[in-house]
Design a protein around this ligand. Sequence first.
Ligand code: PHE
Length: 487
Amino acid sequence: MTSEKDTVRSQWGSKFGFLMAAIGSAVGLGNLWGFPYKMGKSGGGAFLIVYLALVLLVGVVIMLGELALGRRTGKGAVEAYQAVSKKFAWVGYMGVAAPFLILTFYNVLGGMVLKYMFAFIESMFSGGANFANIKSGAYFGAFICNGPDMLLYLGIFMLLNVVIVMSGVEGGIERFNKYAIPALAVILVGLAAYVYTFPGAEKGLDFMFRPDFAVFSDPEIGFFKVLKTAAGQMFFSLSLGMGVMITYGSYLSKDQDLSREMYIVPLADTIIAVLTGMVVMPACFAFGLAPAGGPSLLFVSLHEVFVTGMGGFSGSFVGFLFYFLTFLAAISSSMSLFEVCVAYVLDRQVRKGKAPRRILTTVVIAAVLFVVSLPVALDGLGSNVAGGAAMNSPGVMLGLKKIPMAFDCWLDFFDMLSEGVMMPLGSLVMSIMFGWVVGTKFIADEVALTPGKELRCRGLVDLCFKVIVPVILVVVLWAQLQEFGLI
Ligand code: PHE
C-alpha cells in the first residue's frame, strides 16, 4: 500500500530553504579553485566585467528557464523535457548523464578535502607532527597514489551524501543547507579578515582584481579565450546545464517568486566566488607562493600556506577551518548532482505506477557510482602505474593519446565529457527550445503564477534565448572541442 506521503511529490519546506539549497549547489569547488585563478590569469578586473555580463545575459535567463521548466512540469530533467516535447527528451537524458559523470570526480575531490580536513585536526593536536619533514607537494603526491586511502575518503564522502539525500528533499538536503550555507558564509568572511593581518596579502588582491584590458588583444589569450573561460566557469559555477536547477525547481511551490530567485542565486554565487578569491589569493601571495588553479592550488599551495606560512597551532586551526568550509561547499554541490540522478529514477517509478523508493534508489545509485569512480580515484590523478598509482589513465588504457589534455587522467576525461561537452550542448538546445520552439510564454506564464509577479523585460529575455545565449554557447562549445583536440 502506498501512503499519501509516498505519492505526493517532495517540496521544499520554506522559501529560505530552497534558496540555501540552490546557493549551496552553486557554491562549490568551482568557486574555490577555479574562479580566483581564472580571474587572475585572464585579465583580473577585465575578466570580472565579462563574467558579470555573462551572468546577467546568459546565467540569469538559463537559471530562470531551468527553474520554470522544473516547477511547471513538476518533474526531474528527463521527464520535464519529455513533458514539453518528445523531440527534446535526449537533452533531459544528457541532463542526468552529465551530473552522474561529474559525480565520479567531484566525490573523489570531496573525499580528498575530507582527508585534509581530518589531517589538520590531527595536526592541531599533534603539534603538526603529521606534516613534519614532508613538503606539501610530496604529501599530496603520496596521498593521491595511495589507493586504499583514496577509496576510504571517497567512501566516507559518498556515505555522507547518501545519508543526506536519502533523508529527502526537505528532511535531508534542505535541512543541511539551511545551516551549512550561513555557516560557510560566516567562516569565509572571518578567514578573509584574518588573511589581511599578514603583510603582502594585498598583492593577492592586486593579482585578482587589477584590470588588464590588454588581455583582449593579447595574441596568447585574446577576447574569445577570455569569453570562453568566463562562460565555462559561469555555467559550472551556477550549476546550469545539468538538470540540477530543473530538479530543484520541480520541488518549488507556486508562491516562490522566480523573477527574484533568478537573480539571487547567481548574485550570491558570484559574491561568494569573489570572497573566496579574497581569501585564497592573498593567502598565497602573503607567503610568496605563485598562484595556481585546480587541485594544486587547493591541496599544495594552500597546504603550504597553513603548514609552513602560518604554522603552529593557529596555522593548523585555520587550515582545518578552510577545509571544513571547502567540505561544506563541495557536499552541498555533490548532493544536488546526486539528487538529479535519484529524482530521475523516482520519477520513473511513479510513472510506472509504483511507489517511489528513495532510500533504496539512493543506495543503488551510490553503489554504481562508486564503481564508476574507481578509475578516477585510482589513477593517481594521472600519475599512472609508473608513478605509483594502481591504475593507468584513459590515454594509456584506451590508447587514445591523440587527445592529450582530456586523456591525461580519468578526472579530466569525465570532466571533458560532462562539463566540456554535455553542459554547453544541453544549455544550447534548451535556449533554442525556449527561443524558437516553445516560446518564452511558457516561462512568463509560470512566473505569473506567483500572485502579483510577472516577468519583466520580456523583449530582452526573448533576445537572450533566441540569439545571445545560443551565439555564446556555440563559441564555448567550439572552443571547448578545439581545446580537447576533438575538432
Ligand atoms: N556549481 C558547483 C561548483 O561550483 C558544481 C556543480 C556543477 C554543481 C553543476 C552542480 C551542477 O563547484
